[in-house]
Design a protein around this ligand. Structure first.
Ligand code: SAH
Length: 239
């Protein structure tokens, strides 16, 4: 197991099962998530599924039953890896990155950071043997309606979304509560200096100093942008 840091005792713990542990921590080792990891606010270990591979070649996959293209990760190999990472009593929820899964949402991310951490299985090839999903109680999670070549980038997306919300990670910079999706809407537009750029001025309202009026303007802009780009969010909110 590749442990990326020395975590605090009760920190949020992430384990990733992958055929490519060298991909981690990758971007998670940089900036906010990397600093939080070095402080011990969360831990990450990347576990090589191939540790449980079979035979001289430590084989992890086989051809699909019934025929068809590609290879499928074997249930016995994957289950042995999961059992090694999550011994009995490990309370962390277990996930399988999968385009068939429930799309990852900010709401689910918020739920997760209230828990002890996450165990994430990264698929490769055509996917994993169906039996291991129920057999090891894996929740399938998708990061969007497109196909990646493996679950690793998806796991990084999911962990990045979680870690930035852990207490103290964003510090004073940001509470994270006004951002897109937190209120069921997309965020209002931001501006900063210079006051005029290529003939475009910052909206006067933002320079008025009237905080209540600015808050109303932002709310109206958030609503306008959400209506234009993601009307489905507004429908979800009222339903
Ligand atoms: N044959 C599968 C795709 C396999 S892609 C299908 O048609 O559904 C290989 C692996 O990449 C998957 O097992 C999964 O772990 C990961 N993956 C691909 N797309 C993903 C997505 N949108 N979200 C999360 N994981 C994904």
């Amino acid at each position: 197991m590749t442990m990326m840091n020395a975590p605090k005792a009760d920190c949020w713990r992430a384990s990733v099962l992958t055929l490519f542990p060298e991909m981690f921590p990758g971007p998670l080792g940089i900036s906010l998530s990397g600093e939080a990891m070095r402080r011990g606010d969360w831990s990450l270990d990347a576990y090589d599924i191939r540790n449980h591979g079979l035979g001289r070649h430590r084989s992890v996959d086989d051809t699909p039953a019934g025929g068809g293209p590609g290879m499928v990760l074997r249930a016995d190999v994957l289950a042995a890896a999961i059992d090694a990472v999550c011994p009995h009593g490990d309370e962390r929820p277990r996930f399988l990155m999968s385009p068939r899964g429930r799309p990852l949402s900010q709401g689910r991310v918020r739920e997760l950071i209230d828990g002890p951490g996450a165990v994430i299985v990264c698929g490769r090839f055509e996917g994993v043997d169906e039996r291991v999903i129920a057999g090891r109680n894996l929740e399938e999670v998708s990061i969007g309606d497109y196909i990646l070549s493996g679950g690793e980038l998806g796991a990084m997306v999911m962990l990045d979304a979680c870690v930035r919300l852990l207490p103290g990670v964003m510090g004073h910079v940001h509470s994270g509560t006004e951002e897109s999706f937190e209120s069921g809407m997309l965020e209002y537009p931001h501006y900063t200096r210079p006051r005029e750029w290529e003939g475009h001025a910052i909206p006067d309202m933002l320079l008025s100093g009237n905080h209540a009026a600015i808050a109303r303007w932002r709310q109206a802009e958030a609503l306008r942008i959400t209506r234009e780009r993601r009307p489905d969010l507004l429908i979800k909110k009222t339903s």
